[in-house]
Write a protein that binds this ligand. Sequence first.
Ligand SMILES: NC(=O)c1ccc[n+]([C@@H]2O[C@H](COP(=O)([O-])OP(=O)(O)OC[C@H]3O[C@@H](n4cnc5c(N)ncnc54)[C@H](O)[C@@H]3O)[C@@H](O)[C@H]2O)c1
Length: 339
Amino acid sequence: MTQQVIRCQDEESGLRGVIAIDDTTLGPGLGGVRWLAYPSEQAAEDEARRLAHAMTLKNACADLPYGGAKSVLLRDDRRGADDAAGRRRAQLRAFGRCVQRLGGTYIPGVDMGTSVEDLAVIGSVADEVSCQQLDPSPSTALGVFAGIEAALIGTGRRVAGARVVVQGVGHVGADLARRLAAGGADVTVADVDADRASSVAGEIGGRAVQPGAALTAACDVLAPCATAKVVDAATVGSLRCSILAGGANDVLATADMATALAARGVLYIPDFVINAGGVICIHAVRADWGEDKLEESLLAIGDRVARITKEADRTGRTPLAVAEEMAAHRLGRPVGAVG
Ligand SMILES: NC(=O)c1ccc[n+]([C@@H]2O[C@H](COP(=O)([O-])OP(=O)(O)OC[C@H]3O[C@@H](n4cnc5c(N)ncnc54)[C@H](O)[C@@H]3O)[C@@H](O)[C@H]2O)c1
């Protein structure tokens, strides 16, 4: 149950948005600002609530002093492009005023549709804002790499020689593809931006395939680093990977997909565990950590993945169920109360 939902509206700039604060047991709600078109305000609110809850799980599992929150701003595609940049800035400032009125309960960051520059605009009116100077994506990629390495080792393989398909080679995916290739993996990439895919493939000595082929490619690891809800009832039967582990949020369209994947022998590493490098990086900046401490904490994602997969093996539960239990412990909730 979401703790608080705040509607953000500003007539002058046309801002319409919602902030969902899921849980502040461990600290202020930390979570990104998503800027997308939605069919309705209710659809935006539902998305914000769901994503805010995932942030509670992510911050709890990563042992960070933050709760979970998310905001969604409704992009209005019906309005013309006239002065789009000016209007965007005005909306972001209006949103910043809304964040400021919450007195630090919500700390916004970058998410789909927003950039470091956008967060700097929000930060010009709100005191508590993350990602104003630093893109956390390289940290996210390093954490995902550590998690993939742990999952491979846990199943008797290594990064060197593993066949990995990276779906989406944007900020996180490109960096991950480079790390995997440097570690000796046989990397295939796919992106709806074909030029980007072939440029990354060329750079790392890998292959580029059509976006539609990524999900069904035979591989050791499929690393979704693009969109949400990659695995649903329609796609789960066609996956040919043995490990599903990537940077994307919200990989499973519904939680029961975790059981469907396990039944097909696919080891699913929960997204909120493996892609926590970004929030760890945000905390490192806020807590003034040095590079070494940040790196150590990012690599610890690998240890966490190893612990979760071992416990899942031992108990016959899914890694998702084990990770949710880990979050419940940290939040002081009964097991099963946070899924
Ligand atoms: N950036 C971070 O630090 C961070 C942290 C945690 C989670 N995530 C999640 O990771 C994912 C990627 O984030 P990012 O910052 O790299 O985004 P990005 O926008 O930089 O990259 C996404 C890439 O995916 C491609 N893409 C979109 N749809 C695709 C499809 N159907 N098939 C193949 N490629 C497709 C885009 O062209 C783009 O190159 C998102 O789901 C995001 O929510 C990112």
